[in-house]
Design a protein around this ligand. Structure first.
Ligand SMILES: Nc1ncnc2c1ncn2[C@@H]1O[C@H](COP(=O)(O)OP(=O)(O)O)[C@@H](O)[C@H]1O
Ligand SMILES: [Mg+2]
Length: 302
């Protein structure tokens, strides 16, 4: 029995009740039982958003409210595991040069990619088809990759490409995440430009990305995390290369603190593609006019 009421943001029936005075768990992500997420937890996740109280004849009643942030488990017959071919010399190379790689030091044939402070992403010229990621959250990321592939398959989101991936044990407390390398431009400026260059090919991929965000709560949406695969192929055009943050759908769609959001990655004339999906999925967002104004100004300044 969940210790909270799970509702989507637009259908919250408890907004008229007063907020509880203290709510220390706000923003916490919890399991179906309301417990903290552990590394091996595979069930649905919920974001605690409100704690309401009301007076009843029996006394004060407290209700916690949470938004689901990852869609229901995919059906069991969908593939849960993905894999890529691992070059035979990879583990030895990584174990031999762990410190240098973690430090981003120059090494023969190794190229580093812009990544978060707590991760290190690199390729090596001998292994052109893969990209390697050190991340303390590599196990979680791998699970998100498997789930995301299943979501794309079950919703027929064939224009989104989730790279194949494998976890490789190395001499660190976490395994190395090795992914199929997608053909995307280098650097965020180029990845941003691709959204303009290939604009006409992206209407359907953007529609599908909006569905994916609503379904999963994927929230770190910016060009470098959802780059265009160049040139766009009939089988898929947007790569989902950074499936780490699943906070909640509104942030993924419309942005938030330090988060750009899908509508601020695309052209003004493509925004209706996203809003139509929101209507179909019954998702409301009151600040859209402000976000569109902001995007207009940003584009005009370019
Ligand atoms: N599978 C991939 N194929 C091609 N390029 C990738 C792939 N995964 C990541 N990259 C590139 O490496 C960058 C950093 O990877 P990412 O997983 O986003 O790291 P972080 O989680 O630290 O942001 C991405 O922005 C992208 O340019
Ligand atoms: Mg990233």
């Amino acid at each position: 029995m969940p210790q909270f009421i799970s509702v989507f943001p637009h259908e919250n029936p408890y907004t008229h009740l007063p907020d509880a005075e203290k709510f220390f768990s706000k923003g916490r992500i919890v399991t179906e039982e309301g417990a903290p997420i552990t590394a091996d937890y595979e069930g649905n996740r919920y974001l605690l958003v409100a704690k309401k109280e009301e007076m009843t004849p029996e006394g004060k009643r407290i209700t916690r409210i949470a938004h689901p942030i990852f869609g229901p488990h995919p059906p069991a017959d969908l593939p849960q595991v993905t894999t890529v071919d691992i070059p035979p010399d990879l583990v030895e190379f990584v174990n031999q040069h762990t410190d240098a790689l973690l430090g981003g030091e120059p090494l023969d044939g190794v190229e580093y990619f812009q990544s978060r402070y707590d991760s290190r992403v690199f390729t090596k010229s001998d292994w052109p088809d893969i990209i390697c990621k050190f991340s303390p959250k590599s196990k979680e990321r791998y699970k998100s990759i498997c789930r995301s592939r299943a979501v794309c398959q079950s919703l027929s989101l064939h224009h989104l490409v989730v790279p194949l991936a494998t976890l490789v044990p190395i001499n660190l407390p976490f395994p190395l995440l090795v992914e199929e390398r997608l053909n995307i431009s280098r650097g965020e400026r180029a990845q941003e430009r691709d959204y303009t260059i290939y604009k006409d090919d992206l209407h359907e991929p953007i529609r599908q990305l909006a569905h994916f965000i609503i379904e999963t709560g994927f929230s770190d949406v910016t060009w470098r995390n959802v780059p265009v695969i160049v040139p766009p192929t009939p089988e898929g055009s947007i790569g989902l290369v950074d499936l780490e943050e699943f906070a909640e759908p509104l942030t993924g769609l419309f942005g938030g603190f330090h988060r750009r959001g899908l509508v601020c990655c695309i052209g003004l004339d493509q925004i209706p593609i996203v809003t139509k999906v929101c209507q179909q999925r019954d998702l409301q967002f009151n600040h859209l006019p402000r976000i569109i104004e902001q995007r207009k100004k940003e584009l005009a300044a370019q």
